[in-house]
Design a protein around this ligand. Structure first.
Ligand SMILES: *[C@@H]1O[C@H](CO)[C@@H](O)[C@H](O)[C@H]1NC(C)=O
Ligand SMILES: *[C@@H]1O[C@H](CO)[C@@H](O)[C@H](O)[C@H]1NC(C)=O
Ligand SMILES: *[C@@H]1O[C@H](CO)[C@@H](O)[C@H](O)[C@H]1NC(C)=O
Ligand SMILES: *[C@@H]1O[C@H](CO)[C@@H](O)[C@H](O)[C@H]1NC(C)=O
Ligand SMILES: *[C@@H]1O[C@H](CO)[C@@H](O)[C@H](O)[C@H]1NC(C)=O
Length: 434
């Protein structure tokens, strides 16, 4: 209980970004002064380059099944050990409590924490009390129903003020800077108009059933999705009220059993954030060349019209491996060469040779997420590879270079061996990363 209270307090600090103190001055007048948060709330705070940043958990909901394990190790972990700083916070894995394999997976992975240089928190989610959750959407397997349902209760496991939600197949393509996560004290959100895809209709109807609002954008177009932990709590409470049910299980069962073929809880949660907590987030929604007025009408955004500040370009720090075709494995090399370029790090001859062909490469891939389905900004925000986007890329690498030079990112390729060794336990062989 105490623990909960502390975290609730941190959440409030994180949200406001400031601590408010009341001082009594000598004259007896009371004045309100605010200070940026800098109190160490965890051991991380005293050593972190990102001291003022509230704790973040890089969060994955997964279970120990072959396909997910392979993505987890080969994609998320290998890229994450390079480009996600442990100074931002721990990795948090939400697993199935009753699964022996999940416990074994955790036991094995735990051994590598130190070598990987990141602390991992393991959370074990019990089976839902009402087993109908597992079969609610008949078109979906039990595990997937559970995972979708679980999205609405992540805040019951993750205790940091910020949940950075990523899938096992999210692949980092650049070191993550503070500015990739925040604009001031607001968490960045990216959205894209992908409404041409059939599944968007299903996602939006699902969201409408859950919270009574249409999706204003597709928010399943970037990772990690940064969410204030209490937004999840608030969204869940809103769903209960909206559907007049007493548990989120009931809500999930009722709505999912309408048999949506596609459901996207992350979209439901971010749509909630858009309508009810818009000021806590910094929105970057790409509406392509659709007229804004028409867009608002089409997606039923009454009284919540987007403004130009909601639509400015922003770049990606990951791509979605499962939906990104890169047969020759170019992206990882480009990404590494761009990260190491012009830093104090001494490249081996092998790396120098590898980077030679990318000498003049600009990292336009930071404006892409998928290419098997089209989810990119190169034909919209960054049309004709324009100067504005080009300078965003440059500014981004100016910042990552500082982080590399300060040792926040070591770009240590030996870490792969550790990830691959951990994967070996499951007899998983990752293809070469570079
Ligand atoms: C991991 O946790 C331990 C114990 O809390 C702490 O001493 C250490 O600094 C942490 N390591 C990282 C990389 O955060
Ligand atoms: C909500 O549900 C309760 C019991 O399930 C019922 O008594 C009540 O009338 C419902 N309220 C609304 C507004 O539908
Ligand atoms: C808005 O939509 C209407 C109806 O589809 C269309 O006729 C009109 O040209 C659109 N306006 C703009 C500026 O795109
Ligand atoms: C890179 O090499 C130079 C010269 O050998 C050395 O002085 C420097 O400390 C090295 N830098 C790093 C980060 O290892
Ligand atoms: C490397 O960094 C320099 C200096 O910022 C820049 O001019 C150059 O374009 C970069 N090269 C690549 C391949 O990113």
């Amino acid at each position: 209980m105490t623990k909960f209270k502390i975290f609730a307090a941190i959440a409030i600090l994180g949200t406001a970004g400031y601590l408010f103190y009341i001082y009594s001055t000598k004259s007896g007048k009371t004045v309100l002064v605010h200070h940026p948060v800098s109190q160490p709330t965890t051991s991380r705070k005293t050593v972190s380059h990102f001291k003022e940043v509230p704790d973040i958990t890089l969060t994955v909901r997964m279970s120990s099944v072959a396909k997910l394990l392979k993505y987890f190790y080969c994609t998320m972990m290998r890229s994450g050990t390079l480009y996600w700083s442990s100074q931002l916070g721990n990795l948090g894995l939400i697993l199935d409590k009753e699964s022996k394999d999940d416990h074994k997976f955790a036991e094995n992975l735990q051994k590598y924490q130190k070598k990987l240089g990141i602390n991992i928190s393991f959370f074990y989610e019990p089976l839902p009390k009402d087993k109908r959750v597992l079969t609610a959407a008949k078109s979906q397997p039990r595990g997937y129903n559970r995972q979708l349902y679980s999205s609405f209760i992540m805040d019951e496991f993750i205790s940091t003020p910020i949940v950075a939600w990523i899938d096992t197949d999210g692949k980092f393509t650049t070191p993550v800077t503070r500015d990739n996560i925040f604009n001031g004290n607001k968490l960045r959100v990216k959205g894209m108009d992908t409404f041409q895809y059939t599944w968007l209709g299903s996602w939006s109807r699902y969201t409408e059933r859950m919270i009574g609002k249409h999706m204003p954008s597709d928010f399943m177009t970037y990772f990690p999705v940064y969410i204030w932990r209490d937004t999840i709590t608030n969204c869940r409470n809103y769903i209960l009220k909206h559907l007049n049910v007493s548990t989120i299980e009931e809500a999930y069962i009722r709505v999912a059993s309408t048999d949506y073929i596609h459901m996207s809880p992350v979209n439901t949660i971010m749509t909630y954030a858009f309508y009810f907590e818009k000021e806590r987030y910094d929105w970057h929604i790409d509406i392509r060349d659709v007229d804004l007025h028409n867009y608002s009408k089409l997606h039923k955004i009454p009284n919540h019209e987007l403004t130009s500040t909601d639509m400015s370009p922003d770049l990606h720090v990951t791509l979605h491996e499962k939906y990104y075709k890169d047969d020759k494995n170019i992206i990882n090399r480009q990404a590494y060469c761009a990260a190491v370029n012009n830093t104090v790090l001494n490249m081996t001859q092998d790396i120098q040779k590898m980077c030679e062909p990318f000498k003049t490469n600009e990292m336009w891939v930071l404006f892409e997420f998928c290419n098997k389905v089209k989810q990119e900004h190169l034909t919209t925000w960054c049309k004709n590879k324009n100067k504005h986007c080009s300078s965003m890329i440059k500014e981004h690498y100016d910042k990552t270079r500082l982080l590399v030079n300060e040792g926040v990112y070591k770009l240590d390729l030996k870490k792969f061996k550790v990830v691959e060794e951990a994967a070996n336990f499951h007899k998983i062989k990752c293809p070469p990363f570079l």
